[in-house]
Design a protein around this ligand. Structure first.
Ligand code: ATP
Ligand code: MG
Length: 230
């Protein structure tokens, strides 16, 4: 699936004394099956930007097209979120069930899949992210931060989205966990032909993985290019 972002701006708390401009005339295109990294300093607007791509946030101005459908118009949110999977920067924001199994099963269950199919998807997703199946009945809050991160990723993968967006998926992990997650993401991208967007603070993390890098600075796009160009 392709993405076109045309001139979007976004202001938090618009019309209140707490207004803050987070995106400023941002435009870019991502082709079907492309692997793109977004980098930039803290506060540069990375998380704000990607939350627009599954319509969690609506731009103050500008347009966003997913496969040529304008998602800033009235759209079926459920349909968009089925196709555009977003793994949040803070995994705790998407874990709310009492067991790991239920958390990962939540998405496919809501798609109306059969119990067998849901189970198949949950175990497949756990395997991809390197979570031992024996953990399935534990609470997502009884395991380590790195494991919580994997649960959040598995929860999105089990939906089999066409576009996968990961916001700082290696934050807080040790070097081994970081390399493991990054190589898992690369494998997922290749195996499932998903358009993939990886947000990171670290050029080192993404340069060897992605086709294209978008560099953000204070709500603007500073540069777009291949890892060599950037
Ligand atoms: P980080 O690398 O720290 O995750 P980021 O690049 O993801 O940063 P954003 O979280 O998108 O940056 O924030 C962009 C700007 O919007 C910042 O100035 C931030 O303070 C502001 N901002 C973010 N979330 C909110 C919010 N919920 N309410 C008001 N302002 C916000
Ligand atoms: Mg962020």
């Amino acid at each position: 699936m392709s993405i076109q972002v045309k001139n979007i701006s976004f202001i938090y708390n618009k019309g209140t004394p707490f207004e803050s401009k987070a995106l400023n005339n941002v435009s870019f295109e991502i082709a079907d099956n492309e692997f793109v990294g977004i980098i930039g300093h803290t506060g540069s607007g990375k998380s704000t930007l990607i939350q627009h791509l599954n319509a969690l946030l609506k731009p103050t101005s500008g347009k966003i097209f997913i496969n040529n459908i304008d998602i800033t118009e009235k759209v079926n949110l459920k349909e968009i979120r089925k196709e555009v999977g977003l793994v949040f920067q803070y995994p705790e924001h998407q874990l709310f069930e009492e067991t790991i199994y239920k958390d990962i099963a939540f998405g496919p269950f809501n798609l109306g899949l059969s119990e067998d199919e849901v189970e198949k998807r949950v175990f497949e997703a756990m395997e991809i992210v390197g979570l031992d199946v024996s953990l399935k009945d534990k609470s997502p809050f009884e395991v380590s931060g790195g494991q919580r991160r994997r649960i959040a990723i598995a929860g999105v993968l089990s939906m089999k989205p066409k576009i996968l967006i990961l916001d700082e998926p290696t934050a807080g992990l040790d070097p081994r966990g970081r390399d493991e997650i990054l190589s898992n993401i690369k494998n997922i991208h290749e195996k499932y032909n998903m358009t993939t967007i990886l947000v990171s603070h670290s050029m080192e993390d993404i340069a060897k993985l992605v086709d294209k890098i978008i560099v953000m600075h204070e709500g603007n796009i500073e540069l777009i290019g291949t890892p060599k160009e950037v």
